[in-house]
Write a protein that binds this ligand. Structure first.
Ligand code: PMP
Ligand code: GLN
Length: 396
């Protein structure tokens, strides 16, 4: 529906699917397996630090690039987990969640008319932010069920107007973790055509290294594309505290990029938010320095939830595409006699009091995703159990 006051570049973006489906869930008192936020909080000691910071005067604007100690903690974290080094002063900027990082990157780096390659299904803010920058998206459709990348098909999307490739790995909503060989295809195109890569790595710690199909293919691992040869100098890496530490509401994120790119990013950032919650920044610095046991436990807990939800959905009759990463799972609804994700997601909260996300919200090419439905497993086991119990009513 055309909105009378909205600019033409934002026409059609409407209300985000997360808001729509959460409201729909509330209307029918449904369990929310739709919007990706945990129904539990992150570590108590990190919460206590945020509260202490509020008590100790961290209540005014922080520095525009972010608190120095948080920037240092981000640098230590990137080095500790991936061996990639960044200078906290000239190469790291704290944002209001990765959502701001995506917006700022596109505003700062794209001229009007530039093209940005994205992978479809795409996170919902990508196309809107590309449009706000006056740029144009070019889409590579990842085809279910394996979502593999074909180098020739990808190369055909590059034109003399291409400015950037916007990559998300681990990938929402498919749960795909891009393989080294696929990242090399992207890196090769970026180097050959002098492109920037914007790498959205918010699910960096949610990778299930046991693999998803029991075969002997390469075990999934999160590989930052900036760690590939010749890529650090052309990559903006985005991440945030939301997923790893289960504080999605704190909205603390970061952008890591070499000095000249960072200078451009900061020019936009200072006029978009200038800074983000100072007290939360102190706490996130401590969270990034948690010992390895925290990160191992996080994956173990999520693996258990993933396996439980996948098995449950299979028992209900869905064909499940087991994710290698993230806290989302896509399931094929056709064995249950449905074939339209929007209709199923409208009916489910009413019929069985469970809400999910219709993945076609992340597709322009709707036919590639309409047989799928996205469930989130960032929920406690008892809620997942209840969700499966309710979903079993679908097949009746
Ligand atoms: N990118 C992806 C792929 C996401 O799923 C999300 C989720 N919310 C974001 C970015 C936004 O992150 P944040 O909550 O830190 O703004
Ligand atoms: N990233 C979350 C998801 O994919 C939602 C974030 C939001 O509501 N904006 O479900």
């Amino acid at each position: 529906m055309r909105q009378p006051f909205l600019t033409s570049r934002l026409q059609g973006f409407g209300t985000t699917i997360f808001t729509e489906m959460t409201l729909h869930a509330q209307k029918y008192d449904a369990l929310n397996l739709g919007q990706g936020f945990p129904n539990f909080d992150g570590p108590d000691e990190i919460k206590a630090l945020a509260a202490e910071s509020v008590g100790h005067g961290y209540n005014q604007y922080g520095p525009m690039p972010g608190l120095p100690d948080l920037r240092l903690a981000v640098a230590e974290h990137r080095k500790r987990f991936y061996g990639v080094e960044y200078d906290p002063d000239t190469e790291i900027t704290i944002t209001h969640g990765a959502t701001e990082g995506i917006h700022v990157s596109l505003q700062a780096l794209c001229e009007v008319g530039d093209e940005v390659v994205i992978f479809e299904p795409f996170y919902d803010s990508y196309r809107a932010c590309i449009a706000m920058a006056g740029a144009v998206d070019r889409r590579y459709t990842l085809e279910a069920p394996d979502f593999a990348v074909d180098g020739d098909r990808l190369a055909r999307l590059i034109t003399d107007k291409t400015r950037a490739i916007l990559l998300n790995t681990p990938h929402n909503p498919t749960g795909k973790v891009f393989r080294r060989s696929e990242l090399e295809l992207i890196a090769d195109l970026a180097r050959r055509h002098d492109l920037i890569v914007i790498a959205d790595e918010v699910y960096e710690h949610l990778v299930y290294t046991d693999g998803s199909d029991g075969s002997d293919r390469e075990a999934p691992a999160h590989i930052p594309i900036a760690s590939l040869p010749g890529m650090r100098e052309r990559t903006v890496t985005l991440s945030s505290a939301g997923k790893t530490f289960s504080f999605t509401g704190w909205k603390v994120g970061w952008m890591c990029a070499p000095p000249e790119l960072t200078a451009a990013l900061r020019t936009a950032h200072q006029f978009v938010t200038f800074s983000s919650g100072t007290a939360f920044q102190t706490a996130v610095a401590a969270a990034l320095r948690l010992d390895d046991a925290f990160f191992t436990q996080l994956v173990d807990d999520y693996r258990q939830r993933r396996d439980f939800l996948c098995r449950g959905l299979e028992s209900v009759g869905f064909d499940v595409i087991r994710p290698d990463g993230t806290y989302f799972v896509l399931a094929d609804m056709r064995p249950l006699g449905f074939d339209d994700d929007v209709e199923l997601c409208r009916v489910m909260p009413q019929k069985v009091q469970v809400a999910a996300i219709p993945p076609t919200a992340f597709y322009v090419n709707k036919s590639a995703g309409r047989h799928l439905v996205r469930f989130a497993f960032c929920k406690s086991m008892d809620l997942l159990e209840e969700g499966i119990r309710r979903l079993s009513g679908l097949s009746r």
